[in-house]
Write a protein that binds this ligand. Structure first.
Ligand SMILES: *Cc1c(COP(=O)(O)O)cnc(C)c1O
Length: 415
């Protein structure tokens, strides 16, 4: 494993003095754990039995036939417990925290997927867990709050600032500055102050290592690998074992949203983001000329983030990773395409990778493969997807759920 701290000009550890010592302790503990077979075997054991690894690499035969180009393969991270790749990182960090003697876990969450994965792992290992979540996100993502609480986590609303993800991160950092002697802060993507970008990449690189083995088993010649990019953890984990080689093409897909103006998308590459230092790390961010973070938009809550992981920003500028975008409507079309032909439902985030993968495969040669990372499954998006694709029936269903009298004797009956 290569430990970086800086990735070209990006990365670093730009934090208040008080957080230096817990970050140094975490770095030391992490590097030692990765060298210890007892730790890596335990991670592998629970990865297999609790998460369900290895996840399959599916040959999408019908989709391939329909597009007539390269063979499409899909890495099904959506089959992991809790429905997405986030649990790979949550498991790694919880095991590391226990090893470091921490008795309590805190986390931030935006859409709630990272919070659900963290709460699930904490339930499994009997560790108290508090998840900070913006008040607006709690209202938008009520089902995920429900699951977190079912797992026994305490979900704490954040009322400051925009009441969304970045404010939840600030609140988690505030908690950690007072509690680090017995508490681990479980950050959810490959960003933040060092060592988080390296650590999260390592825990997610299980995706890429499995793919590498599966490519060998299938004897594939790979043209391109495609992943969606929010903060960047599923992408960097998927790409990680391939970075040092010139091939295959590695393609990151950002949220094109509904337009190219400020607040209409969440694409930081290709000249849209500016270098800056936000929440402890240097990278490309969607900011105004004063360095203030701009609002973003995406149909997928997980790609709707103003900052890009520092390693991806560096590899994007150096050209090893290509970046493109898919719009809200392209993502929905890709979701429909694969549901109808392959019987799988992409998460809206992953559907961005599916859309870009379809375009690359459609123009590619038949003897090569294009591998799409399905970072998550789309069950969690029912409310948004059903509203976007079938609004009338969905609204009448919601109306009947909300307004229907309890099943039982008809009104005016003997009671
Ligand atoms: C959170 C999430 C993402 C975006 O996060 P990354 O750190 O960029 O991977 C993508 N897909 C799914 C399913 C998610 O839950």
């Amino acid at each position: 494993m290569h430990y970086h701290e800086f990735f070209g000009n990006f990365g670093g550890r730009y934090v208040a003095e008080i957080l230096r010592s817990p970050l140094e302790e975490l770095e030391k503990g992490f590097l030692a754990a990765m060298e210890d077979v007892a730790f890596t075997s335990e991670l592998e054991y629970h990865g297999k039995h609790f998460i369900g690894r290895p996840t399959p690499l599916l040959y999408a035969a019908e989709a391939t036939r329909a597009l007539g180009g390269s063979k499409i393969y899909i890495k099904l991270e959506g089959l992991a417990n809790t429905g997405a790749h986030k649990i790979n990182n949550a498991l790694g960090q919880v095991l590391l925290a226990s090893r470091l003697g921490k008795k309590r876990i805190i986390a931030e969450t935006g859409a709630g997927q990272h919070g659900v994965a963290t709460a699930a792992v904490c339930a499994k290992f009997g560790i108290p867990c508090r998840v900070y979540m913006g008040e607006i996100d709690m209202n938008r993502q009520r089902p995920n709050v429900f699951w977190m609480e079912l797992f026994g986590a305490e979900v704490t609303p954040v009322y400051s600032g925009s009441k969304t993800l970045k404010d939840a991160v600030n609140e988690a950092l505030r908690d950690w500055a007072e509690s680090f002697s017995d508490t681990h802060y479980l950050l959810g993507s490959a960003l933040g102050p060092s060592p988080y970008p390296d650590m999260v990449r390592e825990f997610q690189s299980v995706i890429g290592r499995e793919v590498k083995e599966q490519i060998g088993e299938e004897g594939l010649e790979v043209e391109a690998m495609v992943a969606c990019v929010g903060g960047g953890s599923n992408a960097i984990g998927f790409f990680s074992p391939f970075l040092k080689f010139p091939e295959p093409r590695l393609v990151g897909v950002e949220a094109g949203g509904r337009g190219s103006g400020p607040g209409e998308h969440a694409s930081r590459m290709n000249g849209r983001g500016r270098p800056g230092i936000v929440q402890g790390y240097k990278s490309l961010f969607l900011t105004d000329s004063d360095g203030q973070v701009l609002p973003t938009h995406s149909i997928s809550a997980g790609l709707d983030y103003p900052g890009l992981g520092p390693q991806l920003a560096d590899l994007g500028l150096s050209g090893r990773i290509e970046f493109t975008t898919a719009s809200d409507s392209e993502a929905l079309d890709a979701l429909k395409f694969f549901a109808a032909r392959e019987g799988i439902i992409f998460a809206l985030e992953s559907a961005h990778a599916a859309a870009a993968g379809m375009a690359i495969a459609g123009n590619g040669s038949r003897d090569k493969a294009v591998i799409i990372n399905m970072s998550g499954r789309g069950d969690k998006d029912l409310v948004i997807t059903a509203k976007a694709l079938d609004e009338t029936n969905w609204k009448s269903f919601l109306g009947s759920e909300a307004g229907a009298p309890e099943a039982g004797p008809p009104p005016g009956g003997a009671l």
